[in-house]
Each structure stands twice: as C-alpha cells, then as structure tokens.
Design a protein around this ligand. Structure first.
Ligand SMILES: [Fe+2]
Length: 332
C-alpha cells in the first residue's frame, strides 16, 4: 500500500497529543516504518485496544462539579470522545444545571438554535403540532446515524453536545454511538485513499433551503473528515439520510461511503448501545449517533435536554498522571 505525503500528513495531525509518544518499543514493533507511520500505528493500536465501554461518572451535586468529577469526565472523553454521567438524583435537575455543567467542563461556546431556550438548551420531546413536529427529533420515530449540525455552516460547526435524560420513554429510545476516530481507522485500514476522498471540501452538499422564493439557508459544502486547525483534532460530519443531501459523485467517494454505511449497519464491535435513564447524560465531542424509535405512555413520556457547542471538550487539560491510568483491554 502506497502512502502518499498528503495522506501521511493527514493521519499525523489527527492524532491527539496524548497518543503521540512514539517509544522505542513502537519502533521495534513496526520496523521499516517511518516516524509518521509509526505514530499512526501506535495511535491506532491504542484506540483499538481500548475497552468499548464507558464508565459512568457519578456527580454528587447539581450544577457543581468537583475537580475529580471533571477530570474523570475529561479522561473518559480523551479516550472515547464521550463520557456518561449520572446525577445524584434526577429530581430537581434543571436546564440551568446542565448549562453549568457544560461551562465547568470548559465548553464556552453554546450553539443557539431556533428551538433552544434562553439557556441555549433544547428540550426534546414528542411535539404533535407546529413546525417542530415536522422534525424527526421531535417525533418518536427512529433517527439514522448522524453527527449533530451536519447541515451547519462552517462557523456554526457543532463540536460537542450534551444529552441529558429527564424522563425515559416507556419502551425504546436507545442510542447507538461510534467514536469518529474509530470510523476513521476502520476506513483508513481498508484504503487510505478513501480518507482522502472523504476529506474533500465538497464531499457533502446540503442544498439551499428556499421557501416561497426566499433563501432561508444557502447551500453548504463540507468534508466528512476534517482536522480542526485550532486543536489538530479530527472532526466528522455525516448523515445517513438520503433526501435533501448530495454526495460527491465519484467512485472513491461512493466506495468510501459504502464502507462507512457497512460499518454502521452491521453492529460493529466498536459501536456502543446506550439507553439513558432519568438522571443520566452523555457528553461527547459530537460522536456519530442514532436513536431507535420509542413509545411514550401516560406515565413515561420521553424528555431529553440537549445542549450543543461550537467548541470541543478540552481533553488536553486532563492531569498527566491520569493519562497514565488509561486501561487497556487485551489485544484482540
Ligand atoms: Fe443528534
């Protein structure tokens, strides 16, 4: 397999500083590889050997994180790009508390979308009437794989979100989650040229929204994978939906997308299944996710709080000694 300079550069910069230490052991493990490839292989091995589980971080007080709780969340996020938390009691936990949680975790740039409240938090529940009821999140229907804000302009890129369950449904409402870094590795393993295809700035096009002859939202073009210039971290935009989007029409893009769909549709070992209970939440660097259909009952009507952010969780702020505790599963 030939690695051209461009793809090597791309894999190098997508690596987090936590995984960049190329040790003497790595050099022995991967003889004949240049330093960029060694670093990529070391990072790949690190990621693939992580246990595919999330340890729930228990929070002791509404709206105030202890330093330990904050470090635990950031540590989990540094490994998986996501973390699960549970509050000590679902009673009394409000959107204000969720907002405070985001702030204390270093998320400084909340996204203010049409249906968010004054705290920039959206309450997601089944809405039967009005404009919101036309959007799948506000129905009980299944939602396909996506990253949040895949239709946003570059200046409104969603890099993190928090999803908190105030009330679960009577049945259903499970989320599947996939760390985009694992999707990247999977695709790169098959063909590095696929990564190049998915990094083209015009891979994904969201057509302009025009209503009654008025331009509501201009056309958006974006790559699927990109490297954040500020942090050097990988960012992903994706949607599994088939309508109102256009994919670049060339063979490499088509094949790369088919591989990604295959990964998502076939219950890969890398995919996490999570059904949040009342008082539990997910914090993530906008990982790939979907939602199964659900049914509400009179007593159990699903309500989720969702906050979105333009910045990522500052995982580079975790204590150095905590990085040493990183658990490794047995290689498979
Ligand atoms: Fe979403």
């Amino acid at each position: 397999m030939v690695h051209n300079d461009t793809s090597q550069r791309k894999v190098l910069i997508c690596m987090n500083q936590r995984q960049q230490a190329t040790s003497q052991t790595d050099i022995m493990k991967f003889p004949g590889k240049n330093s960029i490839e060694r670093e990529y292989l070391a990072w790949r091995e690190f990621k693939l050997n992580l246990p595919v589980t999330l340890q729930t971080v228990k929070l002791q007080k509404h709206g105030t994180l202890t330093d330990d709780e904050k470090q635990n969340i950031l540590h989990q996020a540094s490994l998986h790009n996501m973390a699960v938390f549970s509050v000590w009691s679902a009673d009394g936990f409000t959107a204000d508390h969720l907002k405070a949680l985001g702030q204390q975790l270093g998320l400084q740039k909340p996204d203010n979308n049409l249906y968010a409240d004054e705290n920039d938090i959206s309450e997601i529940r089944v809405i039967d009437r009005g404009r919101r009821g036309e959007y799948i999140p506000y129905t009980n229907r299944a939602m396909g794989w996506h990253t949040d804000g895949y239709y946003n302009s570059a200046d409104k890129t969603i890099r993190a979100f928090i999803l908190y369950c105030q009330q679960d449904a009577a049945t259903g409402g499970t989320n599947q989650l996939l760390d985009p870094e694992l999707a990247y590795i999977h695709i790169y393993d098959h063909n590095p040229d696929y990564i190049d295809a998915l990094m083209q700035p015009d891979t994904l096009t969201i057509p302009a929204t025009i209503e009654n002859g008025r331009l509501i939202r201009p056309e958006q073009k974006s790559p699927v994978f990109s490297i954040e210039p500020d942090t050097g971290m990988l960012h992903m935009r994706y949607t599994r939906r088939k309508t109102y989007i256009q994919w670049k029409e060339d063979r490499l893009t088509r094949d790369a997308l088919a591989l990604l769909r295959d990964l998502l549709d076939n219950d890969s070992d890398s995919i996490l299944n999570i059904r949040l209970n009342p008082g539990e939440g997910l914090i993530s660097n906008n990982v790939l996710h979907n939602r199964s259909a659900f049914s509400d009952s009179e007593k159990k009507k699903r309500v989720m709080f969702r906050a979105r952010y333009h910045d990522r969780l500052p995982t580079w702020l975790i204590d150095a000694d905590r990085q040493m505790e990183t658990p490794h599963a047995e290689p498979q």
